[in-house]
Design a protein around this ligand. Sequence first.
Ligand code: PEP
Ligand code: MG
Length: 545
Amino acid sequence: MQVLDGQTVFGGIAIGPAYLFTRKTQTITLERVENIHEEIARFEQARLQAQAQLGDLYERAQLRVGEENAEIFNIHAMMLDDADYCSSITHIIRTQSANAEYAVGVTADNFSKLFSGMDDAYMRERAADVRDVSERLVRILSGETGSDGLHTPSIIFADDLAPSETVQLDREKVLAFVTAKGSKNSHTAILARTMNIPAIIGVGAQALSLTNGQSVIVDGFSGKVYINPDAQTKAEMQIRLQSETEKKNLLKTLKGMENKTLDGRTIKLYANIGGTGDVAEALQNDAGGIGLLRSEFLYIGRKEAPDEQTQFNAYRTIAQSMAGRPVIIRTLDIGADKKADYLGLEPEENPALGYRAVRICLDRQDLFKTQLRAIYRASAFGSIAVMIPMIVSEDEVLRVKEIIEEVKAELDADRIDYAKNVAFGIMIETPAAALISDRLAKHVDFFSIGTNDLTQYILAADRQNAALEPYIDTHHPALLRLIQSVAENAHKNGIWVGICGELGADPDLTEFFLSIGIDELSVSPPMILPLRQKIRNMKIQDTIK
Ligand code: PEP
Ligand code: MG
């Protein structure tokens, strides 16, 4: 048995034969042509044919992976309209009497080198797109059909996969992807996540030394690939696969179903996540959106705060992967139990009642603005909302809004695109915020109730202290009454209200939450489908209050 290690892009277990994805290598040679005009016309015809293929691929991908992810094929089609790209090709044909294949090949090399050398990681990834679209042109020019030859369900091994190759593979025959190279932010990684296909990238050149049909197990959770697995590994993985399959079957029956009670009440079920690595699980469990991205996880375990570009890349990847579904990014909630040494925060006697979250952000505006810029920039790539933690006063909300206006003005001045309808919400997780929620509602688009902190503050019992567990009564009437009054205040003021604390996933309270009109529950991904199942079998008694 041989074990390969890589980076996981999407969890899941796959057991099956290997299929080595190889492209017919296009050897492009320079051939002199006699009639330059005919050669330019041949290129022009291939260009139009490639655009027609891409239009077709866009339609197919839209159905499979949603409009946002299909957009890559429109981008490819646009590249074929790019004046610089096209004139480089015709210039080479004209000045060197070169064949069109050669002119396309040289142009592809030049442009992809140009993109690879750029500072922006996003632009660097576009190098792969130029190569991909140029290879399509060369295939058309040389009359190749490019069929994938995949006949039985297999684990696909490849050097790297271009987005168009990923989408063109027959989904029913793909058990998993394993690539030698690849990046977590690439479109292919996003597509694998969206298509719910276990995927491991970056396992190295050994990925290409397999032969078709060799027995393989992919553990997309740990990033391990077992080649010719021994009997014990096989048996263990079979058991895990079976439990995965049972979960998937539950998913299949509930996927795409509404979260609707028998008497017609609906509620949104979103996912709580800590970063890009959790998006796959949210999608796998059919989350309607991300109700809480705990952005502080990006800041923890580093030597210095993540810069704007690093944050932008993460937020953009999440927004793109969610393909138009809402993504609520909670701004930095550092402090209390979440520490980052580089911030140089003083040790505190009572950290839970201390210097944390928005309090730090309002003092350290450089830190806050960097994050807001990254969030607003990413808003151009999906449906992003901003949410502020640990609010206690109207004044804090107004100050945050002022800072957001400054950030937007800076982006306008820099001519950087961002969405104009980014929703602005706050967490209701302090008793103060809950008690003045009628006033706070006037300044925001939504509330999300953070019951983890709200419970500790209402019951005066530190959530970190195990000895106080008997006091943490999550069904305490004081807490439930306060939640109900926050919901009423939200609705009186025409805004929606959700719950993103752990209590949202408590099945004993689902009926209560529905009866008081909670609009959204954001829970850990594996809780979504069990909750959906419960909701679909429930009738709301209006008397519960
Ligand atoms: C909460 O307090 O309920 C919450 C969702 O935030 P966190 O658990 O990250 O403090
Ligand atoms: Mg909290």
